[in-house]
Design a protein around this ligand. Structure first.
Ligand code: NAP
Ligand code: GDD
Length: 450
């Protein structure tokens, strides 16, 4: 419970005490991820036995579900236990078949994946292995072993790529990344196993969904985490990539309920799940900083390091089908999502820094946002520059003036310019650092001249 409390503002596990089996067993791949953890909680609350696949890691990768691991003393990893984890890997057919044989699930939720779009450009081969061949391995094992179970595939709005918004189940899919392509292959495999072999296999085409449990290197969590860091003085800037892209962001805790809903229909089908609202990354950033009374422009710098070779410019989901057939109605939209993510990060930082006592930490968002605002009032932002050719030119003009005043020769000036160029090009430095750098160069020069 302790470690987990750091991630959500509140967490209720009381329901576990009253757990009663509903007769069904669910297997979740990627149970240690954001969605996996919420889905496990949701299915346990519905009386499912939940089994999860985790891969071996040298450092804990089960933090998001450790709070659910409370049954071992009573049951061990036995047939009767409400919850336990098994080792497996989407790249390892043997492990998948072994787990399926052991668990004999009624419902398989395949939500494990290399889920980071940016990283998929760097690791395209393993991304396709886990995200496309992984589903193939599961689907084919279900077929071959003649398991009587339903299959859910975690498909993604990233598959729409450059198709214009709004996007729905009939929109053409033009993915822009190895990740998008890997998910599109899995989407078609799921449809093919449904058509060709009669499997109850469904795609949930989910638009971006976030939460305090979101991975640290997705843009929303990166932004709310950075604002919390800035407020407590742990950080003084935030470096981001493309601020113009638009995303339809919802709340993961609600989205996982639709994964289950899709599996409870009479016949298997594919559904878009979204909020029908889209916002730029810039708007997300602006909203987060403004909640603590800060101006984002004082802290945010952009860098090509976080830009992707190809981008999905705008996502906006048309979820009419899910609304009509599943009764889908998103409760948490953009502004509320930002608040709940930021409040959770603030709580974590305040506890970490001893600003509040974890034992008496209140559960309401307002407390954290108000305290953050008070702390932020005393912050003095540094101005940051991303040093590029233009910036260097103006720095050098200043340098020429300083050096000319000191009668420094043209050759020495050029050498210093070269040195500075190498040191600063591409770096992000504050105005103060820049002035220090210039001072140091002229002092250095005096020593040399002397
Ligand atoms: P996440 O937090 O990154 O979780 C992914 C999980 O998959 C992690 O537990 C990870 O384990 C596991 N995994 C990765 N490679 C694996 C492998 N080879 N074998 C077994 N497990 C593996 O992702 P998420 O946000 O919860 O997303 C859940 C699923 O929905 C993913 O398939 C994602 O692509 C898809 N999706 C997400 C969104 C979204 O906005 N969140 C939208 C549409 C679709 P480790 O902890 O060991 O890495
Ligand atoms: N990660 C990240 N980091 N993204 C940034 C940054 C940054 O520093 N700066 C700008 N962005 C932009 C990205 O270029 C992208 O346009 C947008 O922010 C969202 O990026 P992510 O949060 O990484 O999410 P994503 O939309 O690429 O992918 C997520 O949503 C998909 C559904 O559309 C992931 O959860 C995928 O797994 C999911 O399928």
């Amino acid at each position: 419970m302790g470690a987990f409390n750091k991630m959500d503002l509140t967490i209720d596990t009381e329901f576990l005490k009253d757990w009663k089996w509903n007769g069904k067993t669910a297997l979740i791949t990627g149970i240690g991820g954001q969605d996996g953890s919420y889905l496990a909680e949701f299915l346990l609350s519905k009386g499912y036995k939940v089994r999860g696949i985790v891969r071996r890691a040298s450092w804990p990768n089960t933090r998001r579900v450790d709070h659910l691991d409370v049954f071992d003393e009573k049951y061990g990893k036995t047939e009767g236990s409400p919850f336990f984890l098994l080792y497996g890997d989407l790249a390892d057919t043997i492990s998948i078949r072994t787990v399926l044989e052991k668990v004999r699930p009624d419902e398989v939720y395949n939500i494990g994946a290399q889920s980071h779009v940016g990283i998929s450009f760097e690791n395209p081969e393993s991304t396709l292995n886990y995200n496309s061949l992984g589903p193939l391995r599961i689907l084919d094992a279900i077929r071959d072993m003649k398991l009587n179970c339903k299959y859910y595939q975690a498909s993604s709005s990233e598959m729409f790529g450059i198709s214009s918004p709004p996007q729905n189940e009939d929109t053409i899919m033009l993915p822009q990344s190895p990740y998008g392509i890997s998910k599109l292959a899995a989407y078609h495999l799921t449809r093919m196993y449904r058509k060709a072999y009669g499997l109850f296999a469904c795609n949930g085409i989910l638009f971006n969904h976030e939460s305090p449990r979101r991975g640290l290197n997705f843009v929303t969590k990166k932004v709310t985490g950075a604002v919390a860091d800035i407020v407590v003085g742990k950080k003084d800037k935030l470096v981001l990539g493309n601020l113009d892209a638009k995303r339809d962001w919802g709340y993961a805790k609600e989205y996982v309920q639709m994964m289950w809903g899709i599996m409870q229909q009479d016949s298997p089908d594919d559904y878009v799940i979204s909020t029908r609202e889209t916002h730029t990354i810039r708007e997300f950033v602006e909203e987060t900083f403004s909640l603590v009374g800060l101006n984002w422009r004082d802290y945010v710098v952009t860098s090509s390091n976080y830009k992707r070779p190809a981008e999905v410019p705008a996502l906006l989901g048309d979820c009419t089908k899910a609304e009509e057939k599943l009764g889908w109605k998103p409760q948490t939209k953009f502004k509320e999502l930002v608040r709940l993510m930021l409040a959770a990060d603030l709580k974590e930082r305040f506890v970490e820094r001893g600003i509040i006592n974890p034992k008496s930490a209140p559960a309401n968002q307002e407390f954290y946002l108000k305290k953050a605002k008070d702390l932020a009032e005393n912050l003095k932002p540094k101005l940051f520059y991303k040093i590029n050719a233009n910036e260097l030119n103006s720095i050098f003009q200043e340098l020429y003036l300083i050096l000319r005043e000191k009668n420094v020769s043209y050759e020495v000036t050029e050498r210093i310019k070269e040195e500075l160029s190498q040191k600063l090009m591409g770096k992000i430095v504050s105005k103060e650092d820049l002035e220090k750098e210039l001072r140091e160069v002229s002092v250095q020069y005096k020593v040399r001249e002397g």
